[in-house]
Design a protein around this ligand. Structure first.
Ligand code: PMP
Length: 417
């Protein structure tokens, strides 16, 4: 009965994975085996409708935007601003001008570090980050702290990889000028209690930047409900192109912030004596932006919304539970990151085998995972390991692919026995 129930559930869950027919790259064979792509946290694959959008733009709509009256420029401008509108709706921003196109999460966080940090953080002030942060939400703040004489305070995690909330509350003090927190940890998959963290920070008048790179592909985002001050994410992790990302910022902050980059389009007037800056979002989009990528990102947002986050969540939860259970059954394999709330990431170490060897041997079987410190060295240090092997899932992955991963790990263990 139980076996029947679980195989029915599995078939139901994999029904969604028929969607994988939309993804041409998933039909590839690698080393003579069907590709099993489990490196989605690093970058996910693009479905045909999103690829088609790129081609349509390049073949019939391309010109530079904002600065000409000819037909193509007007079309490209309308499509680019249309993409902004789509992204604003996708994250439920109050206003379109709160969506700034950047080159990715890293660029978005640097924009906040420069535009907010260098203006509003001073000597003796404090920036609260967490042990779970990706380097891109650490290094820009270290640069600001070094320049301004500010201090970085770090929220610790417990042995499961969950933030210790009481410690977070303790770190919020009168000198705290910003909280920076990842919505979902790329190294462990922990889903952080960002809503509660934002509420606690706001009670002390502290703005919060959320690094949403690993959340946006997996859960419905509502920036108004979260009430975050800034939210950063990347196109290439949400089935869109590389070279594009979004910084959401509350209009009241964007108006007060200084621009990050100077150049064309971000000004209202320029003389050698004085330059007047444009209004948000243009103030933060100097030069020719990645027009094709922004428009294609709009199509990726449409695609994701079309699949639906309820389905995505149900399938990915099922997949992660199944993978966790299967990997837990393997002797001498340890899962790193066992938080109660996790999304789409399974990090593990195989006793006696370096993660790079795990990755290399799995690749021989066509299984793509990532190995290393995942640009999150403080997390690795916390768990006393140099690196992990990480399988990360998207809605197009299947239970059979988890089986391929598990079979691959067993082979690794045989080779190294
Ligand atoms: N933050 C997190 C949590 C990430 O996983 C990543 C990418 N691995 C980034 C930031 C940086 O994203 P990007 O390289 O697209 O700027």
């Amino acid at each position: 009965m139980n076996a029947l129930h679980s195989s029915l559930k599995r078939a139901q869950s994999d029904g969604l994975a028929r969607i994988r027919d939309d993804f041409p790259i998933l039909k590839l064979r690698v080393n003579g085996r069907p590709l099993v792509f489990l490196d989605n946290a690093a970058s996910s694959q693009m479905p045909q409708p999103v690829i088609d959008r790129w081609v349509r733009y390049q073949t019939s709509q391309h010109a530079n935007i904002h600065r000409a009256v000819h037909h193509l420029s007007e079309v490209a401008t309308a499509e680019y601003e249309g993409a902004r509108k789509k992204l604003a709706a996708f994250i439920n921003a109050r206003e379109e001008r709160e969506v700034i196109f950047t080159s990715g999460t890293t660029d978005a966080i640097n924009l906040v570090a420069h535009g907010y940090g260098r203006r509003f953080i001073g000597a003796g002030d404090e920036i609260v980050l967490t042990t779970l942060e990706h380097h891109s939400n650490i290094v820009p703040w270290q640069m600001v702290a070094e320049e301004k004489g500010a201090t970085i305070r770090v929220v610790p995690v417990n042995d499961r990889g969950e933030l210790i909330f009481e410690e977070y509350l303790r770190l919020l003090g009168p000198r705290t000028k910003l909280v920076g927190v990842g919505h979902v940890s790329n190294a462990l998959g922990t889903v952080n209690p960002v809503r509660e963290m934002i509420q606690a920070a706001h009670e002390k008048g502290v703005p919060v930047l959320v690094d949403g790179a690993q959340a946006v592909p997996h859960m419905k985002l509502d920036v108004q409900a979260l009430d975050c001050d800034f939210y950063a994410f990347s196109g290439h992790k949400m089935f869109g192109p590389t070279g594009i990302g979004v910084l959401y910022g509350k209009a009241e902050w964007l108006e007060k912030m200084q621009p990050y980059k100077g150049g064309g389009d971000m000004i209202l007037s320029v003389t050698f004596e004085k330059t007047t800056y444009n209004v948000p979002p243009h103030k933060f989009e100097a030069g020719t932006p990645p027009i094709a990528a922004a428009i294609t990102l709009g199509a990726a947002a449409d695609y994701l919304a079309g699949v639906g986050f309820d389905l995505i969540h149900a399938h990915e939860t099922d997949l992660l539970d199944y993978a966790t259970d299967q990997v837990n059954r393997l002797p001498d394999v340890r899962i790193i990151g066992t938080a109660e709330k996790k999304a789409a990431v399974l990090s593990f170490v195989v006793d006696g085998v370096h993660p790079h060897d795990v990755g290399t041997l799995l690749n021989e079987e066509g299984v793509a995972i990532r190995t290393g410190h995942h640009c999150a060295q403080p997390v690795m240090q916390r768990f006393g390991i140099p690196a992990t092997s990480r399988a990360s899932f998207a809605f197009y992955n299947t239970h059979a692919e988890v089986d391929a991963l598990v079979a691959g790990i067993k082979r690794v263990q045989k080779v190294f026995r």
